[in-house]
Every structure is written in structure tokens, then in C-alpha cells.
Ligand binder design. Structure first.
Ligand SMILES: [Cu+2]
Length: 345
């Protein structure tokens, strides 16, 4: 399917990526500029910066489509060897609610590029702290090679104000035999204008086995289990949960340790080699949501079976991602603040 986009209304970029669009030199000739921030997902990894990667957006009145690229992806290149885009800033052009996120990868001609070349993408709202981990920005969307589609939940949305700054962190690699010299990540985001019929506020909840630390951790050889806990400060309900794990995943379990109840068990789907194929989603909104109380201790446990038999440095993540609707919206809505970059260390 070829999509013609008539109106790219703005071109936004930060950092060194903005100014320099000279064609990429041989990888080893590139200046070894590095991310100095210690990003949550990137966990202190250092990569060369890919040049000329821009974030553009189009808006047809109902859906904003972000387009990140071009990304030059040589075949058989690990994420450590691949020059990575600098963090980009998406300045929200509307006040209202974001309703869903539909990611896909295409080439310059609009043909599909396999999702596997996306290591991950993460959207962070610099105008809000995470309601579970105040040391982090609110993480409003994320996807990996499985191109997780964040479907619309009728009646609910994520409230934004015009001018909010969303930091977009993209990491790519290319484990395939095919080079993709001009790939683009596109994310279609249907929205509801503030002047339209209001929807209820929902907040993304990232419940990580590393609690409020960096998400990546070293994956031990063979079977392993890692747990973390966070305390919920607000009563409310979870509408549904999905999971984020890496290759060799077995499952991730979310428990309400205070209530001694298992909220969800998400079994990873892997292929014969142990590569992650997908994670299930469990929804609760049909029953009005899964009730959680302020003060409850949430416990996450990720299980892996790393059949390589070797420790994989930063090879694992274990995150339960949910949609949370607080009983008292004002308390969570009130966490807004002036945009601030996440604390650098
Ligand atoms: Cu990950």
C-alpha cells in the first residue's frame, strides 16, 4: 500500500542530527560522537550518532503521523555497531487526547520494511513525571521489533497540551541479510481535539522488574528470574496490560503483593531459537478494570531461559506495560510540570 502524504507540517530535530545532512561516510570514518545522556532504555550504552535523521509530522485533522528517518541500515549490523539517531523532540501540535499508536516501517518508496530492524522506540513526555517512578519522565509509548500496536480504547485517551515536548528515543539494528539504506519509522497517532467530545484520562503504567532503575539488565545463562517492586501512590484501575521482554523470554508476572493476588501472567511467544515473537495482552476493561489501591506494592517477575549458555550483557528487560485510570484524576493530572530533560548523571 502506498500512502501519499501531502503535508509535512514541521521538521523537528535536536542535537547534531539536525544540522548535518551530508551523506554518511564509511562507518569507521564517522565522528564518534556519542549520546552523553544515560537514557532509560539505552542504559549507558554508547553508540555513534546517525546523521541526518529527522522527525517530521503530518496532521490530517484526525491522525498525526510521525515519520522518523531516513535510517541507513546495512545488513548484519548489531545495535552496538549501528550509528543511532540522536533523541528527537516531537512538539505536540494540538491540545486534546492521543488515542492510539500504530507503528510501522517503510522505505522511501513506501514499501514495508520488516519490523525486526527496530530495536526499540520510546516516547517520553518531558512535561510529566512517571506516576510510579518520579525519577523518570512519563513513558507514553514504546515498541520493539514486534511493532506493538497500541490500539485505541474507546472512551479513553492520554491528555496532552499543545507544545508538550515528547522525547523520541529510537534504536535500530539489522539482523537480516538485506540492507535497508533508507528506512523510515512511521507512527500513526489518532487523536481527539480538546474541543471535541471529551474522553477519560488514562496514564501509561510501566512496571519494571528493575523497579525505577534502568530497564536493561544482564541476562544470565540458562534459566533465570528477576523481580522488582514499586509502590502505587494512587487508587485506580488497570484497563489492561501487555509485556516487554527480549529474546529467550519465558514469561512476566504482575502481582499485587499487598493483596496477595496475581494480576496477570504473560507468557512470551518465542521461535525455536528462542527469539521473541510476541507478548500477549490481557485486558480488564470489560469488567471495569482491575482494581488497585493506593499503597499497594506491585511485584513484577520476569523469567528467561537463555539457551546461548552465555551471559548476555544488557540482554534482558522485563516490563509490564499497562493503562491506569486513577480514581481521582486530578491528583495524577496535577503532576504536569514545565518541560525538563530527564536528570543527567
Ligand atoms: Cu527492551
Amino acid at each position: 500500500m502506498k500512502i501519499v502524504r501531502v503535508l509535512w507540517i514541521s521538521v523537528l530535530a535536536t542535537g547534531v542530527a539536525a544540522a548535518q545532512e551530508k551523506p554518511a561516510a564509511k562507518p569507521h570514518d564517522m565522528e564518534h560522537m556519542q549520546h552523553s545522556h544515560d537514557g532509560f532504555m539505552q542504559g549507558g550504552m554508547h553508540h555513534a550518532v546517525a546523521k541526518g535523521v529527522l522527525l517530521q509530522q503530518s496532521d490530517d485533522g484526525q491522525t498525526i503521523t510521525l515519520r522518523i528517518g531516513p535510517l541507513n541500515l546495512p545488513a548484519h549490523t548489531s545495535h552496538m555497531k549501528m550509528p543511532q539517531p540522536a533523541d528527537l523532540i516531537w512538539k505536540i501540535p494540538i491540545s486534546g487526547w492521543l488515542l492510539a499508536y500504530h507503528p510501522k516501517l517503510v522505505d522511501a518508496g513506501g514499501n514495508t520494511v520488516p519490523g525486526i530492524v527496530l530495536h526499540h522506540v520510546a516516547f517520553w513526555n518531558e512535561n510529566r513525571p512517571d506516576f510510579l517512578c518520579a525519577n523518570k519522565e512519563e513513558h507514553i509509548f514504546g515498541a520493539g521489533g514486534e511493532l506493538t500496536d497500541w490500539a485505541e480504547m474507546p472512551g479513553f485517551g492520554y491528555r496532552v497540551e499543545q507544545g508538550d515536548k515528547i522525547r523520541v528515543e529510537t534504536m535500530v539494528h539489522n539482523p537480516t541479510d538485506t540492507a535497508y539504506p533508507q528506512a523510515y519509522l512511521e507512527v500513526a497517532i489518532p487523536y481527539r481535539d480538546a474541543n471535541g467530545t471529551p474522553v477519560k484520562n488514562v496514564y501509561p503504567a510501566w512496571m519494571d522488574v528493575t523497579a525505577c532503575g534502568n530497564s536493561g539488565y544482564d541476562l544470565p545463562a540458562w534459566e533465570s528470574e528477576k523481580s522488582g517492586e514499586v509502590r502505587l501512590k494512587y487508587s485506580g484501575v488497570l484497563l489492561g496490560v501487555g509485556g516487554h521482554m527480549h529474546d529467550y523470554a519465558k514469561r512476566i508476572v504482575l502481582e499485587d503483593a499487598t493483596q496477595k493476588a496475581t494480576v496477570a501472567t504473560l507468557d512470551a511467544k518465542v521461535d525455536e531459537q528462542g527469539h521473541l515473537v510476541g507478548m500477549p495482552v490481557k485486558t480488564f476493561y470489560e469488567e471495569g478494570g482491575y482494581k488497585l489501591a493506593a499503597g499497594d506494592e506491585l511485584k513484577m517477575t520476569a523469567s528467561y531461559d537463555n539457551t546461548t549458555g552465555k551471559v548476555l550483557r544488557d540482554g534482558a528487560m522485563g516490563i509490564v506495560v499497562g493503562y491506569f485510570v486513577p480514581a481521582d484524576d486530578a491528583a495524577v493530572a496535577g503532576l504536569r510540570r514545565k518541560a525538563q530533560a530527564v536528570a543527567k548523571r
